[in-house]
Design a protein around this ligand. Structure first.
Ligand SMILES: C[S@@+](CC[C@H](N)C(=O)[O-])C[C@H]1O[C@@H](n2cnc3c(N)ncnc32)[C@H](O)[C@@H]1O
Length: 286
């Protein structure tokens, strides 16, 4: 893989959340050594080079701070049931929307989920390609695990959508670190289109994390769009509106702010001190 120069050390963004290097330990090292067969000595340069290439595509804080190494999905309480369903239930299928490098997909497959039962959707195809380079599995996943370049703000039931053939097939969908990039109206759209990707059964689940805020508030973003960062109350309102507009009913299994995203370890100095991580899971009742 080509090695990319990191952004200039004096650029505003690099000063805020770009870290030059990282250690790679535990589960992520295990994944790279034993799923991707990267040699032990090569793990760190392989991760840093891939991250530097991803940074050139878009300087997300989760790339600058190597947070994709955390394998967040596998640490959630819901993970063991998700994995068990994928292994044992014939109609269980999982889609990771906004999957970026696709680390959660690879962790599921490494942990035993059939590759045919997991899929990814990502706006930027260059991240998908880098994911194949990071995990060295383009050939292994070909014809089994669809990872498609698609925009969740576009209707997947339109025949022109890259997600068209996958619509109506999933039992569980992750929206991982995605909602805070959208306005309230776009979040409703994202949930509506996620609904059309699900099977339409009681028990269908949508879960994820997002940058949240103690006050649950619209935030003027870099592009001056009022993207919305939730607390538990505003997230509940969003789900209620989503249910009303789609004539569906959803149980809030989890909607809470926690200490993820480095909010308390001094590594989020650029951000509003009232920022927290929103963690959520909703389950279809009818
Ligand atoms: C902050 S990253 C999070 C990546 C990954 N889910 C994680 O948790 O590590 C957000 C990802 O969502 C993708 N994305 C942004 N807007 C999207 C959209 N409208 N449809 C699909 N993916 C989108 C971005 O390209 C990026 O890869």
């Amino acid at each position: 893989m080509a090695s990319f120069a990191p952004p200039r050390a004096d650029s505003t963004i690099a000063q805020k959340w770009f870290e030059e290097s990282t250690s790679v330990d535990g589960e992520f090292r295990d994944l790279l050594e034993n799923y991707s067969h990267v040699s032990s000595d090569s793990v760190v340069p392989h991760v840093v080079n891939t991250r530097n290439a991803a940074w050139q595509i878009h300087p997300y804080p989760c790339l600058g701070q190597f947070r994709f190494l955390e394998l967040n999905l596998s640490h959630r309480d819901l993970y063991s049931r998700l994995l068990d369903d994928l292994k044992t239930q014939p109609d269980a299928r999982f889609l990771d929307i906004g999957c970026c490098l696709g680390q959660d997909l690879r962790k599921l497959i490494y942990d035993g989920a059939p590759p045919e039962r997991v899929a990814g959707a990502e706006l930027n195809g260059a991240f998908i390609d880098l994911g194949y380079e990071l995990f060295k599995d383009k050939k292994a996943l070909a014809g089994k695990t669809p990872i498609v370049s698609a925009n969740i703000l576009e209707d997947p039931s339109s025949p022109s959508s890259p997600l068209y053939s996958l619509a109506g097939t999933f039992s569980a969908v992750q929206l991982g670190m995605l909602l805070h990039l959208f306005t309230w109206e776009e979040q409703i759209t994202a949930f509506r289109y996620t609904l059309s990707l699900l099977r339409g059964n009681t028990g269908d689940r949508i879960f994820g994390q997002a940058t949240g805020h103690l006050d649950g508030t619209p935030t003027a973003s870099v592009s001056a769009r009022a993207t919305f960062k939730h607390n538990a109350d505003t997230f509940t309102k969003l789900v209620t509106e989503f249910g009303q507009t789609t004539n569906t009913s959803w149980k809030i299994v989890t909607a809470e702010l926690d200490n993820g995203l480095s909010v308390f370890d001094g590594k989020r100095t650029w951000d509003d001190p009232r920022t927290r991580r929103l963690v959520f899971e909703i389950e279809r009742e009818s």
